[in-house]
Ligand binder design. Structure first.
Ligand SMILES: Nc1ncnc2c1ncn2[C@@H]1O[C@H](COP(=O)(O)OP(=O)(O)O)[C@@H](O)[C@H]1O
Ligand SMILES: [Mg+2]
Length: 273
């Protein structure tokens, strides 16, 4: 998997929009010079907050992804991984901290407006409409678009051929791995500039997990940075440019995927030795 991963570039056809810009190309489409802003493409910076009026779940927690990269968040159950993702997507009120996308502060935007800005999010649960067909799920994913979605749908079917085969079937009849493909495909239908995935391989077999990771790497290759939570920590860190270990709503360890895999503390506490 790491072979396929190395040399990842932005050469392929793109599911995302303005891939050159999201890669930090100084010349934006349309000709206007626009230097890439410094810092990560997407960052939840020093986020503190919780649900409603409840106690803080996140404590100055930072997660981010750079242009062209895959960032992975791991950590024990209840560490706040999903909460951190929801906070970045605008589903949680932050008491402190900020969210920035491509250098722009978006902390106060609604999730809908973040989708319009180019964020795609696949939540951990209830991420598809089980009673709708596969194709209807993809169409629902494109709800904010007013242009022709057929090309994007063809790209999603290229990426996940099984979905084309099953496009007339209710998504609820699909296997776990296929449902996750529907969920990722649905998020891709908005042509996101960045994709956030919360446990995309939850509940699937190791073989299906490998396949899903390969597809995720393929999406990253088209120029869409990926910020994902994974419970398969070791395998996920192997494909990660950057890794975050969260514990009790705090950043416990941060480094490249390689660094975290080699870190004795991380190995002992989170990777089973
Ligand atoms: N919707 C919610 N309302 C209130 N508390 C929640 C909600 N979702 C999660 N929590 C709490 O937030 C903490 C972190 O949960 P979560 O972010 O789901 O962890 P993880 O994804 O790392 O397993 C847990 O204590 C959990 O009980
Ligand atoms: Mg979770």
């Amino acid at each position: 998997m790491s072979d396929a991963y190395s040399g990842r570039g932005n050469k392929d056809r793109s599911l995302g929009r303005e891939p050159g810009v999201s890669q930090g190309d100084p010349v934006a489409k349309g000709g206007a010079a626009r230097p890439a802003p410094d810092g990560p493409f997407l960052i939840g910076d020093a986020m503190t907050g919780g649900y409603g009026k409840g106690a803080d779940i996140l404590h100055s927690c930072t997660i981010a992804v750079e242009r062209g990269e895959i960032a992975v968040i791991v950590g024990p159950n209840g560490a706040g991984k999903s909460t951190a993702m929801k906070a970045v997507f605008g589903m949680l009120h932050l008491r402190e901290g900020a969210v920035r996308l491509d250098g722009e502060e978006i902390t106060d935007l609604s999730p809908q407006d973040r989708v319009k800005k180019g964020m795609g999010f696949v939540p951990q649960t209830s991420n598809i409409f089980t009673s709708l067909t596969v194709e209807e799920n993809l169409e629902m994913g494109a709800f904010i678009r007013e242009d022709d979605i057929s090309e994007t749908m063809a790209q999603v079917y290229d990426l996940f051929p099984i979905l084309k085969e099953k496009r007339r079937q209710p998504a609820g009849e699909l296997s776990g791995g296929q449902r996750q493909q529907v969920a990722v495909g649905r998020a891709l239908m908005t042509k996101p500039k960045v994709l956030m995935l919360d446990e995309p391989t939850a509940g699937v077999s190791p073989i299906v997990m490998d396949e899903l990771f390969d597809r995720i790497i393929e999406v990253a290759r088209t120029g869409i940075p990926i910020l994902m939570v994974e419970q398969n920590a070791r395998q996920a860190l192997e494909i990660a440019d950057k890794g975050y270990v969260l514990v009790q709503g705090r950043n416990a360890h941060t480094g490249t995927g390689k660094e975290l895999l080699a870190d004795p503390d991380v190995r002992r506490s989170f990777l089973g030795g």
